[in-house]
Design a protein around this ligand. Sequence first.
Ligand code: PLP
Length: 403
Amino acid sequence: MVKLEKLFSKMSKRMKSSIIRELLRDAANTSIISFGGGAPDPETFDRNALAEVAQKVLLDEYKVSLQYGATEGDPILKSEYIKILDERNGIKGLRQENMLITVGSQQALDLMGKIFLDEDSYAMISHPVYLGAASAFRAYGPKFITIDLEDDGMNINQVEDALKTLDKRGEISKLKFIYTVPNFHNPAGVTMSLEKRRALIEMARKYDVLILEDDPYGELRYEGERLPNIYKLANGEGVMLLNTMSKVMSPGLRVGMIVGDEQIVARASLAKQGADLCTPTLTQRIAARYLQKGTIFNRIAQSAKIYKSKKDRMLRALKDYVSIDGTRWTKPEGGLFIWLHLPEEYDTMEIFSKAKQVGVAYIPGSAFYIDDRKSSNLRLSFCLPTEEQIEEGIRRLGKVFKS
Ligand SMILES: Cc1ncc(COP(=O)(O)O)c(C=O)c1O
């Protein structure tokens, strides 16, 4: 038998199994109330309309929908999405060449890693970070520069200090991008303020660094004022926008997109060709025809009501059952997550097994730090459980924390 260790590439050895998947695999085996995963509530899926569209796409458009497609993506889907970005986000003048359709935005993150990162590169990320992005980037071996996340987004002074330091060391060209989730951050639920968005653009320009804006939750705003995308504020210069149909249509379709500079899009397309030739033509065309119905934003408004109600129930339950001194939590205006800070002496990884014993799961904060540090924080997602389960789950968690 060939010794496997000598076969596996350096890249494959850098890959780590997601702690979230492992924790949730356990949790899924029992009748647990799970605040763990970030999967949308299936009741928000517009299944009847999607079924109707899918049937037509399969029967009437089989020559396209069951065939290979262009690596760059379905032109009809791209035009529909370009229209949405124009009408809802005020992003004007995009052309087909500015967009690549990907297999979810997870593939977009991987492609960004593939085309930008070498082993001597730096990638700037927030701490905590969306774990899927960190894992995608980590495979390419960069060094991470981590920036604390505050209630109004990344700590901008730290960003500036880090940029200055790299510049002084003559290494600024090795910093390939600043990765940020400005709206309803996963896991922290926080939104980057307008001032910080502007400051980030200014700094990125000064040091000639690219911003990767990952925005899966922007349309899931339940209250408060909508903020412009970083991409829009920067007039598209020096920013790549990553988006997805996962949280607003269905993650099962696996349709995401990269928007921005056409040379970067072309390079990412080249990288995608070797990975999968194209995003499934069937789900792209279903998404395109569904968008053409023009009902998606009504549907999202309905979903937002469901999520807002769940979020409010969780916030109320936290107030009622988890008011230990030194405890606080974020109050998101959208998205799917609440980030709970327990007093520093708590280790939420240790408490996880105790919570499981009383039938509740969450994601310990350490999962969202690339150095696997101990953490007194945890992520609670309110999207899947019912409101009654939310109340009961938080009540049980409160008891565990107090004990
Ligand atoms: C911040 C962020 N980016 C990207 C993704 C990946 O989403 P998808 O690949 O389903 O589009 C997620 C999923 O939860 C996410 O939270």
